[in-house]
Design a protein around this ligand. Structure first.
Ligand SMILES: C[S@@+](CC[C@H](N)C(=O)[O-])C[C@H]1O[C@@H](n2cnc3c(N)ncnc32)[C@H](O)[C@@H]1O
Length: 298
């Protein structure tokens, strides 16, 4: 993959570290209203289905089937997955404690104030800040691509999970980003560039989603004692293109990745405006394939 340094970026959260992902972002520092999961429970069937996003899916894969669990979300960003863990689907139990770990402080203020949440500022490229076997579950969404050695990280995750504990490793595969546009060729060019571009001084991998299983297999082969319980994928539909929407964030990353080519950058700006117009006319769709692997510590 071609990599550039000092440029801006593929993934939406790589545009603004810790930014939220999902269709209806909670503003940093704002107090969240009723969660999407609660709205989902009381809405129509269609509304319920439409309202499930990647954060809720990750929370469901963490199988919160008993009370009193201690869970960690590593690379938590503003805390959308933390929020989904704290308000799980009917039949599941909110954890007793959610550790929200990131190397920058971006957690929403209401989560910082929540007694069930413990914010940790830690670099995932080093040791995890928990004792052996301290956690029941660990989840990670769109973080693996940023790590120097994801297999070494998994060995650390193995250490801090109790036997039988679960690790949910989830990642968008940015190469699968799909945008409705009237210019398919330009869209192809822009998505290719977006996928290939590296973000700033950090690491990124636009193909990480499809690599998760191989990553898990390497961890198993190295003998740390994992069983791969499940591998799954989904592509949620997003029809909004207003500022802050997921499609807008990814398109903003696409635009940024074209900035070193002035002609392409100008065409990308026009492309953004067209997506906005298509969304206003109800003709726009954005999806990206998310992949998740569930590992059980033996
Ligand atoms: C793409 S964002 C995903 C945020 C969140 N999981 C979500 O899906 O909304 C990646 C997150 O990983 C964090 N991150 C990247 N490298 C890290 C590292 N070495 N240690 C700790 N956190 C890291 C970033 O700060 C960012 O919040």
């Amino acid at each position: 993959m071609r990599r550039r340094s000092g440029s801006s970026a593929p993934a939406p959260d790589r545009v603004r570290p810790g930014a939220t992902t999902g269709p209806s972002p909670v503003r940093r520092g704002s107090v969240a209203g009723p969660s999407r999961v609660r709205q989902r429970r009381s809405g129509t069937r269609a509304a319920r289905v439409a309202d499930v996003g990647r954060h809720e899916r990750v929370a469901e894969l963490a199988r919160l089937d008993v009370e009193g669990l201690v869970v960690a979300d590593v690379g938590c960003g503003s805390g959308r997955t933390v929020r989904a863990l704290l308000d799980p689907a009917p039949g599941a139990h909110a954890p007793r404690l959610v550790h929200a770990l990131d190397h920058v402080s971006a957690l929403d203020d209401d989560l910082l104030a929540d007694a069930r949440v413990r914010s940790r500022i830690t670099d995932l490229d080093g040791p995890l800040p928990w004792r052996d076997g301290e956690l029941d579950r660990l989840v990670s969404l769109n973080t693996a691509e940023h790590l120097g050695d994801p297999v070494a990280h998994l060995a650390e995750v193995h250490r801090v999970l109790r036997p039988g504990g679960l690790c949910v490793l989830a990642h968008s595969d940015w190469d699968t980003a799909l945008f409705t546009s009237t210019d398919d060729q330009l869209t192809r060019t822009l998505v290719d560039r977006f996928t290939a571009a590296a973000l700033g001084p950090g690491r990124s991998d636009g193909f990480m989603g499809r690599k998760l299983l191989a990553l898990a297999a390497t961890a198993v082969r190295r003998g740390s004692g994992w069983t791969v319980e499940a591998a799954t994928s989904w592509a949620d539909p997003h029809r909004r293109f207003d500022d802050g929407s997921l499609a807008w964030k990814v398109a903003t990353g696409v635009l940024a990745s074209a900035q070193d080519d002035p002609v392409l950058a100008a065409r990308a700006s026009g492309w953004m405006e067209e997506l906005r117009a298509l969304a206003a006319a109800g003709q726009f769709l954005f999806t990206v394939t998310d992949v998740a692997v569930v590992l059980r510590r033996d």
